[in-house]
Design a protein around this ligand. Sequence first.
Ligand code: PGA
Length: 255
Amino acid sequence: MKRRPLIVGNWKLHNTVGEAIALVEGLKRALGDVAGCEVAVCPPFTALYAVRGALCGTAIALGAQDCHWAERGPFTGEVSPGMLRDVGCRFVIVGHSERRQHFGETDAVVNQKLLAALAAGLNPILCVGERARDREAGRTQEVVAAQLEGGLAGVSAARLPEVVVAYEPVWAIGTGTPARPEDAAAVAVGMRQCLRAGWGESSEAVRLLYGGSVSGANVRGFLGQAVIDGALVGGLSLDPVEFARIVEAARSLET
Ligand code: PGA
């Protein structure tokens, strides 16, 4: 099945409102036409509203980096999926390894967030990926499958195509050392088998991204793998020229 390529920028804990708008303006200049490819940026919560305005009239979608599972209530400091929809988000990242590592998020928590995001009409981007020690122990497929099944528990086959999955080996994130494209593809094949076993035919529509030290120089290696449909870009999504190079690579594959 032909799936539309998707490039997502995860800005993490970067950018004031002013910096965020400047980055969007830089992106608009660098990007040009994004036809043939879907592009989204995920600023911090405080910049979402301003970035939504700055993106007006472009084909770039807005996403958030996390959400809570409840729509409202006594959860000081949290932001609900409905609030993200209200501010103009289409995507929300759930289960990023930094949330799992620094904020103790388990598969059960990630699953609650993902279900709440779907219920609010957002497209969740579920992040999964093994740590270096899992990899050294030969447990990559097992760890990734468990995260996938845990994160997607309770999602119906009808709703599954709304989910995006990002395979991000933890040891490749922010290190400048990406996975080898063929290794990422092998994991992605295992993930597709796992999705097919659990959800059948509808899993074919799920887009599978690679993330972890993606750059304009290496992205083609990943996008050239038939099982990989796009990229989740961290550090280099803060550089408009580099991010535009990554998008351009996805577009040129498409045409
Ligand atoms: P990186 O981050 O591109 O800086 O490695 C990717 C991510 O954390 O999503």
